[in-house]
Design a protein around this ligand. Structure first.
Ligand SMILES: [Zn+2]
Length: 279
């Protein structure tokens, strides 16, 4: 979890953000959780009583601190979504826990932060149509499952097809990429499909899961994006939303390059690109 401490430090050091731009999330309301997760799953997660098989699936050793941390991240994304509505763009320095489904945790995800925040915005009537753009190299299977029959949320996932999760859920639009795809092909596919979704669905709000495990240096990704290609990816998402006046909430997602500095650099450039384009 070291990257989550390093990202804000790096952004402060480079003057990309100031202390006053950072916020500490408040307490998560259970009603928000229950709009995306089942009562049974949430209560057993909260009470640390998931069964051993379910715990193994999360990849974590489950304890109080971990559940509290995840709850704080989720609340961070809810508050970040409100900030985005107010200012156009807002980030969670963590989050993007897209493998958590309505009644399961998986792949280091316990609660689905952007799914919960999307349901929150819809429930209080702030927006009617939400697009979730998930560009983490792994499919956003939890998000896809949670919004399976919900026509107010469009789920769009661009991921490596032959990668975890091996049993995928059905997003509204899934682009399963071949192993080893590079900048040019990736950006062309993304641009074409994202424009098509924006023009046909007309979202009023975008949640962006900006996982940097698409990098060629990533141990788990199997794609071949350069650091610059990853920046161009972020730029494309931000530009297409900004020009249509759509607010964007960003959660970080995965990043597993052997050298941590590449992970931090890639996440920081997501902030830089967004801030450059929106403000
Ligand atoms: Zn990932």
């Amino acid at each position: 979890m070291q990257k989550y401490e390093l990202i804000p430090l790096q952004l402060l050091r480079e003057g990309v953000i100031e202390e006053g731009n950072l916020f500490v999330p408040g307490m998560l309301d259970e009603d928000d959780v229950l709009r995306a997760h089942t009562k049974d799953y949430w209560e057993r997660l909260r009470d640390l009583s998931l069964d051993p098989r379910e715990i193994r699936r999360t990849g974590f050793i489950l304890d109080r601190a971990l559940v509290d941390r995840e709850s704080s991240i989720v609340q961070g994304t809810i508050e970040s979504a409100h900030n985005a509505l107010e200012h156009g763009l807002s980030f969670n320095i963590a989050g993007g826990t897209h493998h958590a489904g309505s009644d399961w945790g998986e792949g280091f995800c316990l609660l689905n932060d952007q799914a919960i925040a999307a349901q929150h915005l819809l429930a209080i009537g702030l927006v009617e149509r939400i697009l979730i753009v998930d560009l983490d190299v792994h499919q956003g299977n939890g998000t896809a499952e949670i919004f399976g029959t919900n026509d107010r949320v469009f789920t769009f996932s661009v991921h490596a097809e032959k990668n975890f999760p091996f049993r995928k859920e059905k997003s509204d639009l899934d682009i399963g990429l071949n192993i080893g795809i590079g900048d040019e092909d990736y950006l062309e596919i993304l641009e074409e499909n994202l424009i098509e979704v924006l023009e046909s669905f007309h979202p009023q709000f975008v949640f962006y899961q900006s996982g940097v495990d698409v990098l060629q240096t990533d141990k788990l990704g199997h794609l071949n994006l350069t650091m610059n290609g990853c920046a161009l990816r972020d730029e494309l998402v931000f530009q297409l939303c900004k020009m249509r006046g759509i607010p964007v909430q960003v959660s970080m997602g995965g990043g597993y390059s052997a050298e941590l500095r590449f992970v931090v650099q890639a996440h920081c450039q997501t902030f830089k690109k967004g801030i450059e384009i929106f403000f």
